[in-house]
Each structure stands twice: as C-alpha cells, then as structure tokens.
Design a binder for this molecule. Structure first.
Ligand SMILES: C[S@@+](CC[C@H](N)C(=O)[O-])C[C@H]1O[C@@H](n2cnc3c(N)ncnc32)[C@H](O)[C@@H]1O
Length: 244
C-alpha cells in the first residue's frame, strides 16, 4: 500500500479520537451546500457522521457511504437515522441518478479525483449538486499556528483544502468560506492531534514525541496555560458545483 492509501485507511485506528475531538459543521454551511428543494443526500466519506448528523437534523433523507468499518460503526451508533453503507468515492454501490446532492467533508484529498467525479456525476440526478468542504483551523491565531506546525512536522503529504477538479459533467465550482469557532477542552488538543492521519501512521515513538510537544504547548502558551477550555477558530472552505 502506498503512503497516501495507508493514510486514507488510517482512520480505522483513530475512531474514538476522531469522534471526541474533530469539529462538526455549522448549519449555515449545510444550507449553502445543499440545493433548495433537495430531499435525498449522499454524505460521501462520512466518517463518524459529523456532517451526516447536521444533514439529518436539516430534514434530508441521508445515505452515508464510508469504507472504514470502525468509522461506519460509530456513525451507525451516533446517527442511527442515516442509511449507512460500506463503499468508496470511486465505487459507492448506489444506483444511477438516486440523489439530489452529494457532500464530501474533509475527504476529497483522499480520492482518485477523476474516478470520484465520474462516480458522483453518475449517482446525482441531473441538476443535482456536489459540495466539497474542509474545516481549516485559522492559523492567524498564534497558538493555532504553533499547534499546526507541531502536527505537520515531517508530514510529506499535502492534504490542504483546494478547488476540486470535476471535469465536464459539472459547472465550474463556486467557492465560499465560513468563519466560526468550536469550544473544546484544552486537554483535547492532544486528542485532536492524535486523530490525524499523519500521527496515526507514525511509529509510536515519533507519534508520542509530537503529542508531548502538544502537551507542552498547552502547558506553556500564554493563551492556553492554566485554561481548561479554549475556542478553536475555524474557517470552513467550501466549493459547490451543479451537475450539468
Ligand atoms: C477526515 S475523515 C472525514 C469524515 C467526515 N466526512 C467528517 O467530516 O468528519 C476522512 C474519511 O474519508 C474516508 N475515506 C478515505 N478514502 C476514501 C475513499 N476513497 N472513498 C471514500 N471514503 C474514503 C476515511 O475512511 C475517513 O472516514
């Protein structure tokens, strides 16, 4: 297995950390991503259901496709209203033209882009919409920049948010950003780091050394030291495109 594939599959080993510390998505983002009048939505690479839960709460009939058995088991537990199925972005296992919208949160960078774009075009009804989004920590805040530098140490892969290349089946994507924050326990900044694919695939000694650096940051940074909770600033970067 090459490194990108190993990283894409690594979430199987970090389910509890993922569910405990990763951010959800504001309802404003869901409203922008899913077209007016939509009923059936596919949440692709749904993970533990962080976005799936917001889609269900917004009243959509949601199919959640996720290849990791561990992530999907947590999704089935935490969002039982969704129809959770095994599958991948390149082969969802769903019928042609079965959904009005497809959402992909925090995962497009793991896909074979051309195969995923063609599979999404196949399952979307004509005029349906694909939305691709990432939560990015706002590193204009000093402690966030330092945390980010620690968790990216030695990471050779670029997994950053970027406009998806969708090909001729889609209109040109529109882009929007959403600024928000999530309050979390400062002790969970270590858990958030541990949920990342880079750390999940490091040898134990190297992973523990990075996690110790996170603990040191929490213990010493003037904006974190002595605090039990902190607001983590996020920017959700989203692209949406209609199927022609
Ligand atoms: C960072 S998690 C995002 C989970 C969820 N969408 C969220 O926003 O919390 C990335 C997910 O992509 C899944 N994944 C990796 N490669 C995939 C592929 N080729 N097709 C579908 N899902 C994939 C992983 O199993 C993992 O659950």
């Amino acid at each position: 297995m090459d490194q990108r594939a190993a990283r894409a599959a690594s979430f199987e080993h970090g389910v509890a950390a993922y569910q405990a510390a990763r951010p959800g998505y504001p309802d404003e983002v869901v409203r922008w991503c899913v077209p007016h009048g939509a009923r059936d939505v596919l949440d692709l690479a749904a993970g533990t259901g962080k976005l799936t839960a917001r889609l269900v709460a917004s009243g959509y009939d949601v199919v959640a496709v996720e290849p990791s058995d561990g992530m999907r088991a947590e999704l089935e537990r935490s969002v039982p209203e969704a129809d959770a199925r095994p599958g991948s972005a390149e082969a969802t296992g769903l019928p042609d033209a079965c959904v009005d919208a497809v959402t992909v949160a925090q995962a497009w960078h793991w896909f074979d882009e051309a195969a995923a774009a063609s599979e999404v075009a196949r399952v979307l009804r004509p005029g349906g919409r694909l939305a691709v989004l990432w939560n990015v920590r706002d590193a204009t805040t000093d402690w966030v920049a330092r945390w980010t530098e620690i968790v990216h140490t030695g990471d050779p892969l670029d997994t950053s948010a970027r406009e998806p290349g969708l090909g001729p089946a889609f209109d040109a994507p529109e882009h929007r950003t959403f600024t928000w924050s999530m309050r979390m326990a400062t002790s969970d900044l270590r858990v958030l780091a541990a949920s990342r694919s880079h750390l999940l695939t490091l040898p134990a000694g190297e992973r523990d050394a990075l996690l110790d650096r996170v603990d040191e940051l929490v213990a010493t940074h003037p904006d974190l030291r002595g605090r039990t909770e902190v607001d983590v600033p996020y920017v959700t970067r989203a692209w949406r495109a209609s199927r022609r």
